[in-house]
Design a protein around this ligand. Sequence first.
Ligand code: NAD
Ligand code: ZN
Ligand code: ZN
Length: 387
Amino acid sequence: MQRLVRSARHKPLALTVANNSNRSTALNFATRYMATMKALVYSGANRIAMQERPKPVLAAPTDAIVKITKTTICGTDLHILKGDVATCKPGTILGHEGEGVVAEAGAAVTRFRPGDRVLVSCISSCAKCEYCRRGMYSHCTSGGWILGNTIDGTQAEYARIPHADASLHAIPEGVNAGAMVMLSDIFPTALECGVQNGKVTPGSTVAIVGSGPVGLAALMTAQMYSPAKVVVIDTDPKRLEVAKKLGATETINNGTDDALAKIQDLTGGKGCDTVIEAVGVPATFDLCQKLLAPGGVLANVGVHGVPVKLHLDQLWDKNIAITTRLVDAGVTPMLINQVAAGKLRPVDLVSHRFKFSDGEEAYRTFSQASETGALKVILKMGNNSIH
Ligand SMILES: NC(=O)c1ccc[n+]([C@@H]2O[C@H](COP(=O)([O-])OP(=O)(O)OC[C@H]3O[C@@H](n4cnc5c(N)ncnc54)[C@H](O)[C@@H]3O)[C@@H](O)[C@H]2O)c1
Ligand SMILES: [Zn+2]
Ligand SMILES: [Zn+2]
């Protein structure tokens, strides 16, 4: 799947800005007689359309309607555009990241009321089912990753958020919400699937393979645990430059250098205690296995679309562990506190800003990251400034 994402990034997307020409008669009726909004809609392989859609309404007493103020694009949205995510049907409004203001709260919503500033989690959680009670919110039996996947998402002026009480987070007064939207997905992903699963500890050595937004967020959140060394490995020199600025002890371009030899040099031949896989292709999973020190943890974050090799012949006696995880977003309140305290600067991952009305241009920029240098792009609603 990651291979397809890379090819999606290199191939310009055939983006279209549609009016309502391809909408059903029912929808035309709805858009004529109901309150409408602008939304970025998945319109079939490689097609995205800025459309006029009916504003969402409360469908359950536990829902809230959020007036979105900022949203962003995820690599996963590119997976969808390539047609790789079978659960996401054409016609779905994209997006699982957003910040905004509560416009309406259902009768059973107790934690939020209209006017509250909120962060939308990429994971919707009922907080009651078997998986939610085990902290595995991503596996919620009536939630999980549904926004911009199985239901309409956040790349719109309004979004319906199911299970609002446990799926929204208040943005505290006085916190500069500048790039809070980075906390909807990539920071919890990096921290939970990479740093915490990888058991980063004070004085340990960490290798992060992949210097995209998720790998860089892992680099930033690993520093909360004071490791001795964090080495970031990628083939893109621009992204390695960013890693250096964000505190990588060393960077390795494994397109030009032998990453294994360099890691051996840097660790006195031992390897790394934590190795975080933040790419999602067989070659990088293979490399990660080679970089592990005895007793180490390989924390997989990348979405893999094809099988990988497990080198048990090399690893059986090394006391290692391999972990996998879909982001649960349970750490989000802690991350909000870190931002409020000025200890985490998610804004450092924002490379581009667009007005929401320029959404298709934002998709083009994001999908051609190696040429444009894009990391995360912010789309801001309203027609004034982009900040
Ligand atoms: N587990 C989860 O819940 C979860 C959540 C969100 C994202 N993800 C996944 O995390 C991964 C990283 O996300 P991202 O947005 O940072 O992706 P990205 O595509 O922006 O970044 C991947 C990076 O890997 C680098 N790369 C590609 N091939 C390489 C190679 N052979 N050696 C070294 N580097 C190589 C690229 O240059 C790029 O910088 C993706 O697979 C994404 O789908 C997982
Ligand atoms: Zn995402
Ligand atoms: Zn649940």
